[in-house]
Design a protein around this ligand. Structure first.
Ligand code: GAL
Length: 970
């Protein structure tokens, strides 16, 4: 056959989903049919346009020896050290003119070539055919095998299969794939993420034996009234269904009912089985569960569920969306270990192996279709493909490829039509098709505000107040919507430091049946490893149009280090609540939807001033899901010394090793305070002594002219003064489109980042040194009259700061406290909240105890540097030879750069440690909120400007803190 070259690329701009591919079907790995992975190193050539090169490269005998090599799966822009173009990030703006279905002439096109032999024992043509499967190619591909054009397709995150048996030969098969970055399909794939072209998921050749399985649908329901499961496997090719553990051996298509253990995310009971046809055996992992909409609620196995979910994009900081199994498993393990019970696969079907993991480890899944047309919002949704019949076949193709691929996963309980695609007939057609094809699951789409096509009322970023109203059913809406359950498919925008307000949301979800939980936006920061910048975000690759670090908004950092936000989420959604009960008891509440407490063991510890002085096991009754009981705590093991602070810490830990964590893993904990500490105070017995240049007061030395502290004991201290500025967080700055007040912006406008300190008086009195000053921003009349009053008992020195606002303050403050520099400090220990960072509306995970760390480990390396690292409720802290005790407790942070340097940094690599360690002791911090996309902090977490007084007792201490218990900060 001679090969006729062509540069016809009309298919690229064709709204159709493609041609030549086989009908969609279930994704499975056969027990006995052969398969050949075509992953690995491929030859690669990049062109600037779709038609720069003809397709002669696909012909047999083409010499690609001069081409580069590239890894498949992979994105070419993340390979070749920049030789193959760069990633680009936009949130919702199309990075090309909106002229559907046309795409730019500049259309990076990657020709991929791979020559392969069949394994020697690959069955011959008489034994069946073969299928070539692409699990994900972004965004449009044309495929040739041995010189024959076998088709082209769009739909980046859905599988496409081609029948190729007739084209194969034992050796020297030439597989050529031309991939275009932009296509008509790109209009349907405007998700908030990096634009990353390439063959980014597996390429596999599957032998299809004669009489082999084609498509099959496992229907496995559970009757919670009888405890019986009913299994029926519908198969295109007749065969038998065998489930040894259940003694099942039936024909396909025949239902069988037997007693079973049901599948839930809490108890993911799977039964191994097999579908056996004449020519093939296919493993089945069957989970029996029934999902239904009943009494206005999403019920599984007869009980309403509460989603404690995350939105998960597929991400790896080096490989983009080309994930390996271990990375997927890492996500699932991290989620399970942090009490997450649900995942929305925002905003496309994930790699199929991820769903296997969700079945196995137990996570509820909202499987979302690869569809977003958000950029059309810029033109009031005019020409939106989802409301244009010409595009409907493409939409239906996407829906079918998702549903057919994933329909056999018990973890998938809800199908989602897509994300931010406006409204239109195409979406209705998708919903109708899905409802018709699969009656065993619900349909979700957030954009369907009236729930015309959907089974769940869903919103994103609704405020606490609004969610409360929805919970009470006071939100109005259509008749249909009022009868439906509610979920927040996105909330708690985890960009940078945050989110704040998780605990307040959870309280509301738990208070109203209709509220069935929520999904944090989002799981992981999509930072890209970068040789110069460390981690790159939008704009770092010279994109003209980009949305900066809005792509770094996850609960885990790009390398999957849990952020403090994830620690907070884990605590807020813990499956068992351990709180103070009546009469010195502990109230234990099983907050799970299904499971009892038998997987957990309980321990108690008794602490005196943060040190554990006794511990043991705690007997807790077997509470069913939803039950609670007051449990008697033991006698305190010691009599607390006067003035000591004592508390119980109770933990629920895994009683045995599980698939996702070892025995002893802490699932939930609670603290019950017993006695409160006595606040530190210094009796002013020493008098300040004024010298020519310095004033001394007990162990402290001050500049005689300015009253500025110079040192305490042998420890040099610089720059101690009132501080109100913090390097605004992404949530302080808020998103530009937010209509609410954005304090990060207003703070800067007011000038809080450049406060001036006017010295009014240095008064050396009998018992005190008093320094009076006024702290105020240039160009403004508001100010803070500030008095620093120092007293000493000879050994220790106490600073009391009194702040009186002057003028008409209309904004809260970022922080209020003091800061100072120490010339040498490394190790830190403290008694207070820890081990991790906390802020006023994100402090649930902060446990009272003795903690230690290094200054470096106190920092949270948010991809874009910003305020971080504060420790809450600190009673005392020691670092650099100084001990500070607070009256009252304070927020503690220390870093090797100033707040101003932190504020100025764009990337972590901009932060260069200096000689000085800057310490902040704050009386107050403003809340975090999640205004980088959602609501700001609730008013109760505002740091309002008001008269304030707080004090610290300083003393010099031995620098060695080795005697303290060793609990790493992270
Ligand atoms: C939502 C959207 C997400 C993401 C988020 C902000 O509107 O669905 O994809 O863009 O906002 O990070």
């Amino acid at each position: 056959m001679s090969f006729r070259t062509t540069t016809d690329v009309a298919y690229v701009e064709d709204v159709s989903p493609g041609s030549g591919a086989l009908a969609p079907r279930a994704w499975y790995a056969s027990s006995d049919a052969r398969s050949l992975s075509l992953n690995g190193s491929w030859r690669f050539r990049l062109s600037a346009t779709a038609d720069a090169e003809d397709d002669s490269f696909a012909a047999e005998g083409y010499d690609a020896g001069g081409w580069a090599e590239i890894a498949v799966p992979g994105h070419w822009v993340l390979q070749g050290d920049g030789a193959f173009g760069s990633p680009a990030y936009t949130n919702h703006l199309y990075p090309f003119p909106v002229d559907p279905p046309r795409v730019p002439t500049e259309n990076p096109t990657g020709d991929h070539l791979r020559v392969f032999d069949l394994p020697a024992d690959w069955p011959g043509p008489a034994d069946g055919g073969a299928v070539l499967r692409f699990d994900g190619v972004d965004s449009c591909a044309r495929v040739w095998l041995n010189g024959t054009d076998i088709g082209e397709f769009k739909g980046s995150r859905i599988p496409h299969e081609f029948a190729v048996g007739h084209l194969l030969r034992p050796t020297g098969n030439v597989l050529a794939v031309r991939v275009h970055q932009w296509s008509a399909g790109s209009y349907l794939e405007d998700q908030d993420q990096w634009w990353l072209p390439g063959i980014f998921r597996d390429v596999t050749l599957l032998h299809r034996p004669a009489g082999g399985v084609l498509d099959f649908f496992v229907h496995a329901s559970y009757d919670h009234l009888t405890g019986a499961g009913t299994l029926r496997v519908d198969s295109d090719v007749d065969g038998r269904v065998v489930v040894p553990a259940l003694d099942i051996d039936v024909e396909t298509g025949c239902p069988v009912t037997v007693p079973v253990r049901p599948w839930t995310a809490e108890t993911p009971a799977l039964y191994d089985g097999e579908l056996v046809t004449e020519g093939e055996r296919v493993p089945l992992r069957i989970g029996f569960r029934t999902v239904e909409l009943a009494d206005g609620l999403i019920k599984v196995n007869g009980r309403p569920v509460l989603f404690k979910g995350v939105n998960r994009h597929e991400w790896h900081p080096e490989r983009g969306r080309a994930l390996d199994l271990e990375t997927m498993r890492a996500d699932v393990l991290l989620m399970k270990r942090h009490n997450v019970n649900a995942v929305r696969t925002s905003h496309y079907p994930p790699h199929p192996a991820f769903l296997d993991l969700c079945d196995e480890y137990g996570l509820w899944v909202v499987d979302e279709c690869d569809l977003e047309t958000h950029g059309f919002v810029e033109q009031d949704w005019r020409d939106n493909p989802v409301d244009d019949d010409r595009w409907t076949p493409a939409l239906l193709d996407r829906a079918a490829r998702m549903v057919e691929r994933d329909k056999n996963h018990p973890s998938v309980v809800i199908w989602s039509l897509g994300n931010e695609a406006g409204t239109g007939r195409g979406l209705t057609a998708m919903a109708e098709w899905i409802h018709g094809r699969d009656t065993s699951r619900l349909v979700h789409y957030e954009g369907d505000i009236d729930c015309r096509d959907t089974d769940v009322y869903s919103r994103m970023y609704a405020s606490h107040d609004e969610v409360e109203r929805i919970g009470q059913g006071l939100d109005g809406g259509t008749h249909r919507r009022r009868a439906l359950p509610f979920i927040l498919c996105e909330y708690a925008h985890a960009m940078g430091n945050g989110p704040g307000g998780l605990a307040d949301y959870q309280k509301i979800f738990e208070a109203h049946e209709r509220l069935q939980g929520a999904f944090v936006w989002e799981w992981i920061d999509h930072g890209i490893e970068h040789p110069r910048l460390g981690l790159a975000y939008g704009g770092d690759f010279g994109e003209e149009l980009h949305d900066g670090n809005f792509v770094c908004d996850g609960l885990v950092l790009p390398d999957r280090t849990p952020s403090p936000g994830l620690a907070e989420f884990k605590k807020v959604i813990e499956p068992v609540a351990l709180t103070a009960g009546d009469d010195a008891t502990l109230r234990v509440t099983n907050k799970q939807d299904f499971a009892g407490l038998c997987a957990l063991a309980f321990t108690w510890a008794f602490q005196v001033d943060g040190e554990t002085v006794g511990s043991g096991d705690l007997a807790v009754p077997a509470l069913a899901a939803g039950e609670s009981a007051d449990v008697k705590l033991p006698q305190p093991p010691v009599l607390a010394p006067a003035g000591a602070e004592t508390a119980w810490t109770v933990r629920a830990v895994l009683a045995e090793d599980t698939a996702w964590a070892d025995r002893g893993h802490v699932v939930a904990w609670g603290q019950v305070p017993v006695t409160a500490r006595a606040l530190p105070a210094v009796t002013p017995t020493a008098a300040p002594v004024a010298g020519e240049r310095v004033v001394t007061l007990g162990p402290a030395t001050f500049d005689a002219r300015t009253g500025e502290l110079r040192g305490i004991g042998g420890v040099d201290v610089t720059g101690l003064r009132l501080d109100v500025w913090r390097a605004p967080t992404d949530n302080d700055d808020g998103a530009p489109w937010q209509s609410d007040v954005r304090y990060g912006v207003l703070w800067r406008e007011l000038g809080l980042h450049r406060m001036r300190h006017r010295l009014d008086a240095v008064e050396v009195g009998d018992g005190a040194l008093t320094v009076r000053s006024r702290v105020a921003p240039a160009a403004r009349e508001v100010g803070l009259s500030t008095v620093y009053r120092w007293v000493s008992d000879g050994d220790r020195v106490q600073l009391t700061v009194s702040v009186t606002p002057e003028g008409d303050w209309t904004l809260p403050l970022p922080r209020l406290g003091i800061r100072f520099g120490l010339s040498a400090a490394d190790r830190v220990s403290w008694f207070g909240g820890g081990p991790g960072e906390a802020y006023p509306d994100s402090r649930t995970a902060s446990a009272l105890g003795r903690w230690r760390s290094t200054v470096d480990a106190l920092q949270t390396p948010y991809v874009r540097p910003q305020e971080n690292g504060a420790r809450a409720d600190v009673r005392w802290a020691e670092l650099g030879g100084l001990r500070v005790e607070g009256a009252p407790e304070f927020w503690f942070s220390a870093r090797r750069w100033t707040t101003e340097q932190l504020d100025a940094a764009g990337h972590l690599t901009d932060l260069v440690p200096g000689e000085t360690v800057w310490v902040n002791l704050d009386h107050g911090q403003h809340g975090l909120g999640s205004q980088s996309c959602g609501p700001g902090p609730l008013p109760r977490y505002f740091l309002d400007v008001a008269p304030a007084q707080f004090s610290f007792v300083f003393s010099a201490v031995d620098q060695s803190i080795d005697s303290l218990i060793d609990i790493p900060t992270r």
